[in-house]
Every structure is written in C-alpha cells, then in structure tokens.
Design a protein around this ligand. Structure first.
Ligand SMILES: Cc1cc2nc3c(=O)[nH]c(=O)nc-3n(C[C@H](O)[C@H](O)[C@H](O)COP(=O)(O)OP(=O)(O)OC[C@H]3O[C@@H](n4cnc5c(N)ncnc54)[C@H](O)[C@@H]3O)c2cc1C
Length: 384
C-alpha cells in the first residue's frame, strides 16, 4: 500500500494510449480496477494499422467486440494474391488456411474509437494527454511515478505500452535488440478502385520494391509502397511522377487503377522499420506489452495483432493477481511464458520474409501461408 497519502493511488499506470494501452485499460477498468493512462501526445492517435488477422480477431471476439466492429465500417476479406517481379507466386485463401476463414480490414480509427468510447464510460479509468513519465521509484508494494507535470502518483504496477522506443523499458533497464531495415515504407490512402475491391494484392520485387493495396472501408483503399532506403529517398526527392510510376510498373502488374491515382510520395507517411525484441517482458512491478516489447516488419501485417494478443494474455494473468489467486511475480512470469517464445518466432518469420525479396525462390520459401494468416501453432512456427 501507498505509505504516503498525498499521492493518488492506482491499480495500474499504463504509459501509452495505443491499441495495447487502451485495450488493457478497458479490460481492467471493466473489472473495477483504478487505471491511469498517460499519453504523450495531445490526443489519442487515430492513424495506424488496419488489418485484423484471425489471431487478433479471436481476442476481440472473446471480449465481445467482434459484432460491434462488424456493424461499423470494418470489412471481411478472404483472399490475398502475392506477386514477385510482377508474376503471381501465391494466392492465400483464408478459408483454406485458417479455421476462422477470414481476416478483417478495419480503419484503425474505428477500432481505437470503439475502445476509447468504452473507456470514457468507466469512472475508474483516467486518461491524461500531453503526459508522460519523468521519474520512477519502485518500492516493495508498488511504483511511485513522477509525471511530466511533476505530479507524483503511486501505482501497484507500471505498464509500458509506449511503443517501440519505450521509455518505460528504458527506466526499467530492460534491454532490447534492434535490427533496422534498409527499407522504407510509405503509407497513404486513395478512393477505392475496382482492382482493390476485387482482391488484396501484395507485390514485391528483387530490388526491394513493395506495393500493397487493400480496402479499409467501402470508399477508401490503403496504398503502401516500399523501396530500399536510397531508392525511396531519391524517388521522393525527385518528385517526378513519371519516374515513380515507371518504377512501380516494373513489378505492379494488376493494379493500374491504383497507380493512376499516385502523383508522388509527398503526401505519404513513413515510419522507421525494424525488428525489435525486449530481452524480458517484466522486471519487478514494471512490465511491457505490444510494440514496447517487440516490433515486426509490416509485411506480415501482424504488429497490432500481436499487441492485441499480448493484451488479452496479460489481462488473464493480471486478473488472477488482482483476485489474489497468484502472486504478481507468478502472473508476470506466466504472461511472459505464454507470449515471449511465440512472439519471438513470429518476429523471426517477419525478419526472414523481409530479407527474402532478392529472389523469387527465397521469397516463396519464406512466405508461409499459415503464419501469414496468423497461425500460432508452434509446430508450424518452429520450422522457421
Ligand atoms: C503504418 C503502419 C501500418 C501497420 N499496419 C498494420 C496492420 O495492418 N496490421 C497489424 O497487425 N499491424 C500493423 N502495424 C503495426 C501496428 O501498428 C503496431 O504494431 C501496433 O499499433 C502496436 O500497438 P501499441 O499500442 O503496442 O503501440 P503504439 O501503437 O506504438 O502506441 C504507443 C502509444 O504510446 C504513446 N507513447 C510513446 N511514448 C510515450 C511516452 N514516453 N509517454 C507517453 N506515451 C507515449 C504513443 O504516442 C502511442 O499513442 C502497422 C504499423 C505501421 C507503422
């Protein structure tokens, strides 16, 4: 217990209001736990991932969110065609590869807003924006956390859901291993076209080119482009539409209606791409989940799904701890045991796939339709 009554007391202080942070806040808040979420930005970010795979859908369904999302703008899809150097090398049919038989495309804003609205209805969950952590002092029964505003609070546990560059991970002294890719990806959206309506198409080429087009709702299509770092920089700086489209046409063979909408890379968002894995997911009363614990190449479309799965698992063990069924150490060790190896294997899959564009044979050997459709079967993952 907090020995000093001048501090506000919480069951959990969660740093980061991304999908992992707010989903966990909702789950714990629904059990009456007192939760403080700290978000460094002025508001919750509503731009991000939009592919929900079966592994993530399973968790959302378990917590009663699937039908709600289906009733909103989210769409069910079954197929993905994959091309290397312009030639179709695979056609992944979710009906054949995964029990659920489908994945969903759902604007990140819809997913986040759905959970955010739930949080606002829970009195025990407090969200502070423009706030972060400036100091942490872990004691036997909890963690004293100093906020940027200099206010200090006391929390039973401190949770880092603050993304790849996690400050909580740093404060806890948990090491993480980073592999940065010499590859840059550009994200934008355009009005939906008939080729996108028909099928999700993923193109890569031997020179590091990547293009992925899919619907995010009934009117808009996601456009993701990728190049080796140097080429991407040159294409962006030149601003020359003809050069960009000519390059894309060397490997994008069935999506002219999308290419016709692209003028330059100017309005595209970019993010640094890396594989990252923390050496451990907890230390004492401080723990990590989602991108604070691991980061995967987006070609797998699994980062957000892993974050959702981590959250679902962590919730199981924290509930047992808060119900006094097990100790905190047992709860966190069980969470780590359930997630670490599995995440590590999915990360290894993404890393191998991201490094395989150079030859069609290597790419086809690396692309595993079971894992791509988010199988978490260790007998399949162990083969990577
Ligand atoms: C463009 C793009 C497309 C993607 N597409 C897909 C996809 O289709 N499917 C998929 O599964 N995955 C996808 N991913 C990956 C996915 O977005 C992430 O894995 C997922 O969002 C991780 O969620 P998170 O909550 O763990 O972390 P984040 O989404 O990174 O959220 C972290 C939050 O913490 C806040 N924060 C950071 N530092 C601090 C601090 N010091 N103090 C307070 N707050 C802080 C941030 O502002 C942010 O709100 C994509 C990633 C990118 C970049």
């Amino acid at each position: 217990m907090n020995q000093n009554p001048k501090y506000k007391e919480y069951d959990a202080c969660i740093v980061g209001a991304g999908i992992a942070g707010i989903f966990l806040a909702w789950l714990l808040g629904s059990q009456g736990k007192k939760i403080l979420i700290l978000e460094k930005n002025a508001k919750v970010n509503m731009n991000g991932a939009d592919i929900l795979k079966p592994s993530g859908i399973n968790v959302l369904e378990k917590h009663g969110m699937l039908q709600e999302l289906m009733n909103k703008e989210c769409r069910v899809r079954n197929h993905l065609s994959v091309f290397h150097d312009g030639i179709q090398v695979d056609h992944i049919n979710y009906k054949a590869e995964n029990e659920r038989g489908y994945f969903m495309v759902c604007p990140y804003s819809v997913l986040l807003e759905t959970i955010y609205d739930k949080i606002q209805a829970i009195e025990t969950v407090e969200l502070l924006v423009n706030q972060s952590v400036s100091k942490i002092n872990e004691v036997e029964n909890g963690v004293y956390v100093t906020l940027n505003s200099e206010e200090e609070i006391f929390s039973n546990i401190l949770i880092g859901a603050d993304g790849t560059k996690s400050i909580v991970r740093e404060y806890a002294g948990i090491k993480a291993h980073f592999d940065y890719y010499d590859h840059v990806m550009y994200f934008n959206k355009y009005p939906i076209t008939s080729s996108v309506e028909e099928l999700n198409r993923l193109y890569v080429d031997k020179n590091g080119g990547l293009a992925y087009f899919y619907p995010i709702n009934n009117t808009e299509a996601r456009c993701i482009l990728g190049f080796n770092m140097e080429e991407g920089k040159n294409l962006k700086e030149s601003g020359n539409k003809e050069t960009l489209i000519k390059r894309l046409k060397t490997f994008v063979t069935q999506s002219d209606d999308m290419l016709n909408q692209i003028n330059s890379l100017d309005n595209f968002l970019t993010f640094p791409l890396c594989r990252m894995h923390s050496e451990q997911y907890f230390k004492g009363r401080i723990l990590l989940l989602g991108n604070a614990a691991h980061s995967i190449h987006p070609i797998t479309g699994q980062g957000m799904n892993l974050a959702i799965e981590d959250t679902g698992e962590l919730f199981i063990w924290l509930s047992k701890y808060f119900n006094s069924e097990i100790s905190l150490e047992e709860a966190l060790a069980d969470y780590q045991e359930q997630r670490f190896e599995l995440n590590s294997k999915v990360l290894a899959y993404g890393h191998r796939l991201a490094g395989s564009f150079g030859s069609a044979e290597d790419f086809m050997n690396s692309l595993n339709s079971k894992i791509q459709t988010s199988s978490r079967d260790l007998s399949i993952l162990n083969k990577i």
